[in-house]
Write a protein that binds this ligand. Structure first.
Ligand code: PGA
Length: 244
């Protein structure tokens, strides 16, 4: 596990965007694993700027998003499908037929979750996955207690996650209670993983992820067993890490 300490959000976003740019330079047909939340917005802004400057292209790439709220249609402003189009897809040349965001409005989720896994496999697996982390240590919506061997599945959101995400909705009551998410094992299959975190409210989760036991109580701790993972942290998120 590598840990990169960043001066601030901007520097973290630039460094993470550089990892994407290098991935696309090495393989223009790369399969990218993308995340929502506040944390990656700066990375997407940086990638859009590099695309507009002619430095990178997504024309041959494929993307898979981690998760989606159950019950929100694509055009709901808080759906992750909508978020990704606002924050990235509408501004770059990634072809729509190679954009995969889990659907929040399926009727047969047993079949749909397997379908999503199969699309990732068919694409050749994820080359580079970006992650945020929840204040409860979740990656994607793999809440505490989720099996580390899990694949794409439906999950109940934790109270902590509902509280954390209420800021995006008009009231806490509007936050969906369930989500579809890639499983921990789905994420662990990615060939390279970068996890970004800023702020003191992430410090406990970061400590448990990096220095705690590998446990489903902090699903990010599974990353300790991944061969190529780098955490990009500001000093506040890193403040509880033990000194080396
Ligand atoms: P955030 O969410 O980037 O909005 O803090 C991270 C997460 O819940 O994974």
């Amino acid at each position: 596990m590598n840990v990169v300490l960043c001066d601030d959000y901007q520097q973290m976003s630039t460094q993470a965007a550089t990892v994407f740019a290098e991935c696309l330079a090495a393989n223009p047909a790369a399969v990218l694993g993308l995340a929502t939340g506040s944390t990656p917005i700066g990375v997407y802004e940086n990638l859009i700027a590099r695309f507009k400057a002619g430095e990178i292209s997504f024309a041959e790439a494929t993307s898979f998003n981690l998760d989606e709220y159950i019950g929100l249609h694509r055009d709901h402003p808080q759906s992750y499908y909508y978020f990704m189009h606002q924050q990235l897809f509408n501004h770059v040349d990634l072809p729509s037929q190679r954009i995969f965001v889990p659907s929040g409005v399926e009727s047969d989720y047993g079949a749909y979750c397997q379908w999503y896994e199969d699309r990732i496999t068919e694409a050749g697996g994820i080359d580079l996955q970006i992650l945020g982390i929840g204040s409860d240590g979740h990656i994607a919506f793999n809440e505490p207690g989720t099996a580390l061997g899990s694949r794409t599945h439906i999950t109940e959101l934790d109270h902590q996650t509902i509280d954390d995400n209420a800021r995006f909705f008009q009231s806490k009551a509007e936050v969906p209670r369930r989500a579809i998410t890639m499983g921990v094992a789905t994420i662990m299959d990615a060939r390279k993983i970068i996890l970004l975190a800023t702020g003191e409210h992430k410090a406990t989760a970061i400590r448990d992820a990096i220095a705690g036991p590998v446990s489903s109580e902090c699903t990010a701790s599974a990353l300790q067993q991944h061969p190529d993972v780098t955490f990009y942290l500001d000093s506040a998120a890193a403040c509880l890490l033990p000194a080396e």
